[in-house]
Design a protein around this ligand. Structure first.
Ligand SMILES: NC(=O)c1ccc[n+]([C@@H]2O[C@H](COP(=O)([O-])OP(=O)(O)OC[C@H]3O[C@@H](n4cnc5c(N)ncnc54)[C@H](OP(=O)(O)O)[C@@H]3O)[C@@H](O)[C@H]2O)c1
Length: 246
């Protein structure tokens, strides 16, 4: 049974990886979906066609999450095109890794601009277009609290910030009937962290399941949180990480 019929979703960073998986799954469940990208125009155009072939509407928006005005404009463009926003998925994120002695202030700011500030900006803009039953889901990371390698401190800090933002904003949004949750994946097979990449063998040693997740496994969980059965879940940081030890 389709759980998201007549719902409008906006997914940031929807052109590839986990975000594209979420776009597909929400559309399969009946939602019309807008999504942002930064440089993946071709992927985005192909994904729009794919979603339209499911009989749903799709809308690709070029919007760099590092730019607060662009993020706000993407939210407004979604609301203008579809008339409302029911579901916001903050997925766009980057993972710059490096040791503290060479990690630059520029990369610190870029990480926080995209992984944290853009999330705040999108939520603030989107809630103006949401009614009771609205859903906000951010893709954090299990690395928020578990970092079994060097060089991940700034990424971890940005994802830990999402935990606090989620818990705190659930207080603001609960009275409006809007839930907000933080999905924390472990290693997921994407361009950011390929299952055949240089860190993969080490990461598999941290995983009781002995394998990476595929994007569909994260997307299914996000669709559940976006759906009608998840109305009593809010303010939560939820691991979906194959038991990642860290
Ligand atoms: N993969 C993992 O193991 C893993 C684990 C835990 C958490 N996560 C989190 O999951 C999220 C998605 O990761 P992923 O692995 O799917 O990454 P990915 O394969 O690198 O894909 C990133 C997506 O975000 C978009 N994006 C990147 N920078 C952007 C920006 N500045 N503004 C707007 N969009 C931007 C990309 O668009 P373009 O196509 O235009 O570049 C692409 O659609 C991130 O928040 C990441 O931290 C990933």
């Amino acid at each position: 049974m389709s759980t998201l019929v007549n719902k409008i979703a906006l997914v940031t960073g929807g052109s590839r990886g986990i975000g594209a998986g979420i776009v597909r799954k929400l559309a399969e469940e009946g939602a019309d979906v807008a999504f942002t990208y930064v440089s993946g125009k071709e992927n985005s155009e192909a994904l729009v066609k794919e979603i339209e072939s499911l009989g749903r509407k799709a809308f690709a928006i070029q919007a760099d999450s590092a730019n607060a005005q662009s993020v706000e404009a993407a939210v407004e463009a979604t609301a203008a095109k579809f008339g409302k926003i029911d579901i916001l998925v903050n997925n766009a994120g980057i993972g710059i890794m490096g040791p503290i002695d060479t990690f630059t202030l520029e990369d610190f700011d870029k990480t926080f601009d995209i992984n944290v500030r853009a999330v705040f900006v999108a939520i603030k803009a989107a809630v103006k277009h949401m009614v009771s039953g609205g859903r906000i889901i951010t893709i954090g990371s299990t690395n928020a609290t578990r970092v079994p390698f060097e060089g991940g401190g700034i990424y971890a800090a940005s994802k830990a910030a999402i935990q606090g933002l989620t818990t705190g904003l659930s207080r603001d949004l609960g009275p409006q009937g809007i839930t907000i949750n933080n999905v924390q994946p472990g290693p997921v097979n994407t361009d950011l962290n390929p299952e055949n990449g240089p860190f993969a063998d080490f990461l598999r040693t941290q995983l009781p399941v002995g394998r990476y997740a595929q994007v569909e496994e994260i997307a299914g969980f996000v669709a559940y949180l976006a759906g009608p059965d998840a109305g009593y879940i809010t303010g939560a940081s939820l691991n979906i990480d194959g038991g990642f030890k860290g």
